[in-house]
Design a protein around this ligand. Structure first.
Ligand code: MF3
Ligand code: CO
Ligand code: CO
Length: 291
């Protein structure tokens, strides 16, 4: 059903459509009609100012949990201990760990070491070793809103090639953040991520991507870390999603552990790195809601 000029806007502002999102919708329609490869964002993934406030707060708390766990990441500590730190700090800050119980996941954080691409399960018997690289991925729920971010850490003396992988993966994320703004597309920054990775001799994981986030853990859209410029979903103000490139030192193929059904490994056993932010598309660019 098409809204009339004088109907109330779909966004919940209680203003007339013509004074609120009408020009916005017309702009989207014009762009998608002129560009076959571009898809329009659905209205229900565009957050209200009140929702953005809640997601921003959850994102800040999530970053604070990561700050705390960062202090514990060193040689000899178990990933089980890191899980405990995440749980305690999250509780202290009034949040809930989103991973715990999510589709049967049994821990509160993901800890992915070396050739583990993502979804590594914390384990009291896995101690961090000199030379390991580890991704710690936290997602926190506060007042029903979600923030999701992950960081890489290098334990002791890490080989030059692993160090470079971690750094280039961060550059991939930073570059995406630098170009993600309204009226560009998911494909624009997916292209940039893949370009930066492949220029450095690395490959981008394709099976797993970023995702809308905020009112739920995983929402629309799916956010690929490869792409073609001027294709994919159009970015518009009010969208909140993660960018979380998984970059492999070797081949892009990955597989899932047949026993735990969670842990994702590189096929070739070579290391993988990942960094993740929760991002808001603003009127002029973007804001990092969790890092
Ligand atoms: N935090 C991950 C992401 O970035 C999802 C982990 S799902 C879990 O999307 F169940 F393993 F926690
Ligand atoms: Co995450
Ligand atoms: Co995520």
């Amino acid at each position: 059903m098409k809204l009339g000029r004088n109907d109330l806007c779909w966004c919940g502002s209680k203003r007339k459509y013509k004074a609120c999102h009408m020009a916005f919708d017309e702009k989207i329609n014009l762009i998608v009609h002129r560009n076959r490869g571009i898809t329009a964002p659905m209205h229900d993934i565009i957050k209200t100012p009140e929702q953005i406030e809640g997601i921003r707060h959850a994102g800040e708390i999530n970053s604070m949990v990561l700050d705390t766990v960062s202090e514990y990441v060193k040689e000899g500590v178990s990933t089980g201990k890191l899980n405990q730190v995440v749980e305690e700090r999250t509780k202290e800050l009034g949040g809930i760990c989103a991973p715990l119980g999510y589709e049967g996941y049994t821990k509160s954080v993901c800890t992915s070491i070396n050739e583990v691409v993502c979804h590594g399960i914390p384990d009291d018997n896995r101690l961090l070793k000199n030379g390991d690289i580890i991704n710690i991925d936290c997602t926190t729920i506060v007042n029903g809103y979600y923030g999701d971010a992950s960081r890489m850490y290098m334990i002791g003396e890490v080989s030059e090639e692993k160090r470079r992988l971690v750094e280039v993966t961060k550059q991939c994320l930073d570059e995406a953040v630098n170009i993600a703004k309204p009226w560009t597309t998911l494909g624009d920054f997916g292209y940039a991520i893949n370009k930066r990775a492949t220029e450095n001799g690395y490959s981008v994981v394709r099976e797993i991507g970023g995702h809308g986030v905020g009112l739920d853990f995983h929402e629309e859209p799916w956010v690929p870390h490869i792409g073609k410029p001027n294709t994919g979903m159009l970015l518009v103000p009010g969208m909140t999603f993660t960018i979380e490139p998984m970059i492999n030192m070797g081949k892009p193929e990955v597989f899932c552990d047949a026993e735990d059904n969670w842990t994702i490994y590189t096929d070739d056993g070579k290391p993988s790195a990942q960094w993740e932010y929760t991002l808001l598309i603003t009127e002029t660019g973007n804001e990092i809601l969790s890092r």
